[in-house]
Design a protein around this ligand. Structure first.
Ligand SMILES: CC(C)(COP(=O)(O)OP(=O)(O)OC[C@H]1O[C@@H](n2cnc3c(N)ncnc32)[C@H](O)[C@@H]1OP(=O)(O)O)[C@@H](O)C(=O)NCCC(=O)NCCS
Length: 161
């Protein structure tokens, strides 16, 4: 079973390894190799930041990925997902993304979730599109995607139900 939980300092090394994985670096905006000190400082700042939520995805209690949610104006959050390199390609990323979006809508009260995805990141585009994100445009090699909660549909044209 997949579950989400808050990041703890015990996760520091594994998140550093996932961040420095070559495929993760190739798809991120800042693709440089992160040092342990830089990573520890980023984690420290993250834990102090009320607008940033860092989650770990466990499969039957074993950490398999991470999701970061950055709240932007109280109503909107940006999401980013990383799956452990050895666990990719078996559907975890899609399910983790769904859990992270449910968490943002249900626990954080956001009304929209944004994502910026490198245009050649086929696996990521696949999972975000399948989760209902809509492509809204491109800039500087990144696609902009947006998801609204399922209940935020257009008014029912048939009338007041
Ligand atoms: C992107 C990422 C989160 C996806 O996680 P994952 O667990 O591998 O994804 P899933 O197995 O749930 O799904 C991958 C989908 O992409 C498809 N896919 C994977 N590689 C592909 C490729 N090269 N070409 C076409 N489709 C591809 C798979 O077929 C699958 O689609 P399907 O479920 O419709 O069959 C993971 O690869 C990752 O952590 N990458 C590095 C960090 C990153 O890019 N994060 C996203 C930033 S927004």
């Amino acid at each position: 079973m997949l579950t989400l939980r808050p990041y703890t300092p015990d996760d520091l090394e594994r998140l550093l390894a996932w961040r420095n994985d070559p495929a993760t670096r190739a798809m991120s905006r800042q693709g440089h190799e992160v040092s342990r000190d830089e990573h520890a400082a980023w984690m420290e700042a993250t834990l102090q930041d009320p607008k940033r939520v860092l989650l770990v995805i466990d499969e039957d209690g074993v950490p398999k990925g991470t999701a970061r949610l950055d709240v932007e104006d109280g109503m909107e959050a940006e999401v980013s997902i990383t799956v452990a390199p050895e666990a990719r390609g078996v559907g975890l990323g899609f399910k983790a993304l769904q859990l992270a979006c449910d968490h943002a809508f249900d626990q954080m009260g956001v009304r929209e979730i944004r994502a910026e995805i490198r245009a050649e990141n086929t696996a990521s585009i696949q999972i975000f599109t399948r989760a209902g994100f809509v492509h809204e445009g491109e800039s500087e090699g990144f696609g902009r995607y947006r998801l609204r909660p399922p209940s935020d549909g257009e008014p029912d044209p048939e009338g007041e139900r």
